[in-house]
Design a protein around this ligand. Structure first.
Ligand SMILES: *Cc1c(COP(=O)(O)O)cnc(C)c1O
Length: 417
């Protein structure tokens, strides 16, 4: 602790060369599996081969009846909403604080996203949700932000009391659980992204989970069509006659992406255990530092640790603005420390403020504006996100990051004018 802050000309605390965090972790085994898949087939039109293997593995892992792979998480969300028959004019309660793709597919269905505020953990607050229910509400959608499960039991109760569907966006929270029950299994259906940095990654891809046969058939018709639909929707089902065209969209995953995801799924347990160890260590070491508030560890709640969310408290560091604190840590070499940008309260985005030029049919439906969701906006402004490592060999790197935090929180006065 002898060196001045790197921001002010001292030596950076983090000296390890980059990259400091790479995801997904790919091995020789991954490469071999992908090369084998290249030889086996790169276009799969039905539920066979790697598609069947991965869907079965995902359904087993979550303990649900159906898993349906898609080209992206956005596509999975779109299919989920369509399959749950969200219709024009329906009000759907969604988190104000989530990645926008949780909500954007609803606009394509003519539904009205009713934003609700978050609690202390950044997740949808059940009480605020309850207040926003009207007789036009058909569903509540919850995202488990940064991998930490939302208060799903309270949300389930609100949904049940009002007879509306509960749907989950599990894109941050693969393998997270509440009382041993996995996220993505609490509502009528759930959707997950397997995009690059997500806890379970295919590079690009997504999937939908449900135990509801009707939802599954309709999800097939939304984005899979022809062979899959002809094979899987029984001939006597009233929707079977639409099997050839489905609804005319195509959301199929690439078989090579599916192969990567199957390889990743085999290691997910090990990744999550490693992350839990690192997260515990990070929380223990950061908890006593002024200026940063670490997440509460709740009994029975298991996070996927997609990110470790630190809430900045300027008041504990003489009012030092978060921008300056963040710059200081970046100067110390914490290049993986992030202030999430595109994942922000949705009322700050032009699309949710003035959707009309892009969605004329939504004219007059909603016009959100800054200030509408004070908890979400404060949460977003004060959030600093660290990756959570899982490999023992990253302990020294973590040590350097923690040293940087110690330096910045000890020497903060040097940054005050
Ligand atoms: C990444 C993400 C999505 C979108 O998934 P894509 O695979 O990028 O389409 C949706 N919701 C959340 C919460 C996400 O993090």
């Amino acid at each position: 602790m002898t060196s001045p802050l790197a921001l002010l000309g001292g030596t950076p605390a983090v000296t390890a060369p980059g990259p400091h965090f790479a995801w997904p972790p790919l091995s020789e085994q991954t490469t071999k599996a992908v090369i084998d898949q290249l030889a086996t087939g790169v276009s799969i039109y039905d539920r066979s081969g790697i598609i069947e293997e991965l869907e079965d593995a995902l359904a087993d892992y979550h303990g649900v009846r159906y898993a349906l792979l898609t080209s992206s998480g956005t596509a999975a969300l779109y299919s989920m909403y369509a399959a749950c028959q969200i219709s024009p004019g329906d009000e759907v309660i969604v988190p104000a604080y989530t990645f926008f793709a949780t909500v954007t597919p609803l606009l394509h269905l003519g539904a009205i996203p009713v934003l609700a505020d978050c609690d202390e953990s950044g997740n949808l607050e059940a009480r605020d949700v309850a207040q926003r229910i009207t007789d036009r509400t058909t569903a509540i959608v919850v995202t488990h932000m940064w991998g930490t499960p939302a208060d799903i039991r309270a949300l389930r109760t609100v949904a049940d009391e009002h007879g509306v569907m509960l749907l989950e966006d599990g894109s941050h929270a693969h393998g997270a659980s509440v009382g041993g029950k996995k996220t993505g299994t609490f509502g009528r259906a759930s959707a997950f992204s397997m995009n690059g940095p997500k806890p379970l990654s295919a590079g690009e891809g997504g999937f939908l989970l449900t135990s509801d046969q009707e939802v599954y058939y309709r999800a097939l018709l939304h984005g899979q069509y022809n062979k899959r639909c002809r094979n899987e929707i029984p001939p006597q089902h009233p929707l079977h006659r639409y099997a050839v065209t489905g609804m005319g969209l195509k959301h199929r995953i690439h078989p090579l992406a599916a192969r990567i995801a199957l390889d990743q799924l085999a290691h997910l347990g090990e990744y999550l255990e490693g992350r839990a160890r690192f997260a515990a260590l990070m929380i223990e070491q950061l908890a006593d530092l002024p200026g940063v508030h670490t997440p509460e560890q709740m009994p029975g709640i298991r996070s996927s640790w997609y990110g470790l969310i630190l809430r900045y408290r300027a008041g504990e560091l003489g009012g030092l603005p978060i921008e300056r604190f963040y710059k200081a840590l970046q100067a110390e070499g914490c290049r993986e420390l992030d202030r999430p940008g595109s994942t922000c309260p949705l009322n700050l985005l032009p699309l949710l403020q003035h959707p009309e030029p892009l969605f004329p049919e939504l004219e007059g439906s909603f016009n959100y504006k800054p200030g509408d969701f004070p908890h979400a906006e404060a949460f977003h402004h004060n959030t600093l996100k660290l990756p959570v490592w899982h490999r023992e060999e990253d302990r020294a790197l973590l040590g350097q990051y923690l040293e940087a935090f110690q330096k910045a929180t000890t020497r903060y006065r040097d940054m005050l004018e």
